[in-house]
Design a protein around this ligand. Structure first.
Ligand SMILES: Cc1cc2nc3c(=O)[nH]c(=O)nc-3n(C[C@H](O)[C@H](O)[C@H](O)COP(=O)(O)O)c2cc1C
Length: 354
């Protein structure tokens, strides 16, 4: 085997992972357009990517209607959505896979057309600052999303604290000009993320909850001027909770959803924060089998999440295990549409019939 570190089993909370090749959360905008429920096509897609003992993090899903910012992204706030997700979960479980759901609130990365003319909300008045009492409603919405994910049969949830969305808008000083207990000091800016994480823990227990962060990231006009003090505080606070895992996006691929660029000479999240975190650490961003194996072998990370090449290689773990060629992805079909660029990427065995 070429990448032995990548294929060493690992215990994550109550789950035994057979390998460390996780599927990163990937927004594909192919849910029902009217009620935002996952469709049978979505179940087929996730089922194709499931492996025995392999971890999938299902795409970011708004926990309430006001947390939306995109067409056809699946939600986790209605009965129809829970029922749709149950079919996705069943398809993954049928192959022995493990599936977490990423819980999402976009905050200001939205438009009033998604909210019946009402302004999107954020930490500050771009466009509208949440009232302190409304911040509590956000925590409760995440709690309900966590409950709904449990009802849908998921194996755990991941809190989306990355990529410039609501929780990161609160974390970072450029987007948070609040003067209540959720703004100002680092402790205050981290409060919402930690309250939301605790709400998910209340529902699931800590060992079935993950958190995703993108320190040094620049997605969606984010970017903390001096990330180390903020993220040192956050990572240390999360370390106390006994989570299933902490999940980073490497800054070099902060814009991966929109561009192919990999910024060079940027700090590595896993290298910076590994010494501060004692639990399972996952990271993502432009990894190949080679670099993923090296990151684990060198002790920088425990799991590598793959995004774009998991889109184009439904059998990615097997391809890496056998060092089979990797099919390139087509960026034009990332967001929206039907089967094309979604469920029609063949497995390696289908490319080369025996
Ligand atoms: C099409 C697309 C959709 C994405 N959607 C999400 C998402 O829903 N949640 C999230 O945290 N990251 C999302 N990302 C970021 C990926 O999870 C991953 O961190 C990034 O693509 C870097 O990994 P890669 O180089 O292996 O693709 C997305 C990226 C792409 C390309």
């Amino acid at each position: 085997m070429k990448f032995p570190a990548l294929f060493k089993p690992l215990q994550v909370g109550p789950y035994k992972l057979a390998h460390r090749v996780a599927m990163a959360p990937l927004t594909r905008m192919r849910a029902e357009r009217e009620n935002f429920a996952p469709r049978p096509l979505n179940a087929e897609y996730y089922g194709q990517r499931a492996t025995k003992g392999g971890l999938i993090i299902a795409e970011a899903s708004p926990v309430l209607s006001h947390g939306r910012g995109n067409p056809a992204t699946p939600g986790i706030y209605s009965e129809a959505q829970i029922a749709g997700w149950r079919k996705v979960v069943d398809a993954v479980h049928a192959k022995g896979g493990i599936i977490f759901l990423q819980l999402w609130h976009v905050g200001r990365v939205s438009h009033s057309s998604y909210h019946g003319g009402q302004l999107p909300v954020s930490a500050s008045a771009t466009p509208r600052a949440l009232e302190t009492a409304e911040v509590k409603d956000v925590v409760e919405a995440f709690r309900q999303g966590a409950k709904n994910a449990l009802a849908a049969g998921f194996d755990g949830v991941e809190i989306h604290g990355a990529n410039g969305y609501l929780l990161e808008q609160f974390l970072q000083s450029r987007s948070n000009q609040r003067s209540d207990q959720y703004g100002g000091s680092i402790e205050n800016r981290a409060r919402l993320l930690l309250e939301v994480t605790q709400a998910a823990i209340d529902v699931w227990g800590a060992n079935r909850v993950g958190v995703r962060l993108s320190p040094h990231g620049i997605a969606n006009d984010s970017g903390e001027p001096d990330p180390m003090p903020l993220y040192t505080h956050v990572v240390k606070a999360l370390d106390k909770l006994g989570l299933a895992y902490l999940h980073f996006i490497e800054p070099r691929s902060s814009g991966a959803g929109r561009a192919d660029v990999n910024w060079q000479n940027v700090p590595s999240a896993m290298v910076l924060f590994r010494p501060l975190y004692s639990g399972v650490l996952m990271t993502a961003g432009g990894f190949t089998g080679e670099s993923a194996n090296a990151a684990i072998a060198e002790g920088h990370a425990d799991i590598i999440a793959f995004g774009r090449i998991f889109i184009s290689n439904p059998d990615l773990p097997r391809r890496l295990q056998h060092d089979y060629p990797i099919t390139p992805y087509n960026r034009a079909t990332f967001y929206g549409g039907e089967e094309k660029g979604y469920t029609d990427y063949p497995a390696y065995d289908e490319l080369t019939p025996a």
